[in-house]
Design a binder for this molecule. Structure first.
Ligand SMILES: [Zn+2]
Length: 193
């Protein structure tokens, strides 16, 4: 059951609590100008996940500076949304990782389950192999994965973090690790799929 966890609402509820903590850290840090941050969430309509996705998935947590003349937006890192990609981050990682695995049947099953078409999977492959390795995040983080080949992304990362398909803590570690790339400026070029 490599996908079972991602089909349960409690997993997505859990990830939302992680996002709330990341958002609280950002709010406490405040705006770079010194002004206080007020809630200014973005509406989102994510795909993938499960049938009864929690209501909190209708928005991405975000803030605006309350100081006149600044009003700068601060969007904290997220373990739910991978930048502007429509599909939830964990789905983008799982399907792309399985696509590099030995079982085409698994990929077909997952695609049907999460409603991902072939073109989207193709774009994700380009993202992981061409865009992700160019991010400033990866240039620093790859030091932890000395023997990792770009061609093995994201599967090599998936295998480095996910030791049990049922472990939401494994998923949390992987998604928190990747979360710097989910913010504006975290990616050099950001796909929309
Ligand atoms: Zn400000």
């Amino acid at each position: 059951m490599y996908h079972g966890l991602l089909r349960t609402a409690s997993f997505w509820e859990f990830l939302f609590t992680v996002d709330e903590r990341l958002a609280e850290d950002a709010r406490e840090a405040g705006c770079p100008c010194g002004g206080p941050l007020h809630r200014a969430n973005y509406p989102r309509q994510p795909r993938g996940g499960c049938a009864n996705l929690p209501e909190a998935y209708g928005h991405r947590l975000s803030f605006c500076c309350a100081r006149d003349g600044c009003r700068k937006r601060t969007t904290p890192p997220s373990v739910r949304f991978l930048g502007r990609k429509v599909f939830l981050g964990a789905v983008v990682v799982l399907v792309a990782a399985m696509q590099q695995g030995p079982s085409p049947r698994r990929v077909r099953e997952l695609s049907e389950l999460f409603g991902v078409d072939r073109r989207t999977i193709g774009r994700w492959r380009v993202f992981w192999r061409e865009h992700f390795p160019l991010t400033s995040f990866w240039k620093v983080a790859r030091g932890r994965f000395v023997s990792l080949a770009i061609a093995d992304l994201p599967r090599a990362l998936f295998e480095a973090f996910i030791h049990s398909f049922d472990s939401r803590e494994d998923w949390q570690r992987l998604l928190v690790f990747l979360s710097p790339i989910t913010t504006t400026g975290g990616l050099l070029s950001e796909g929309k799929s």
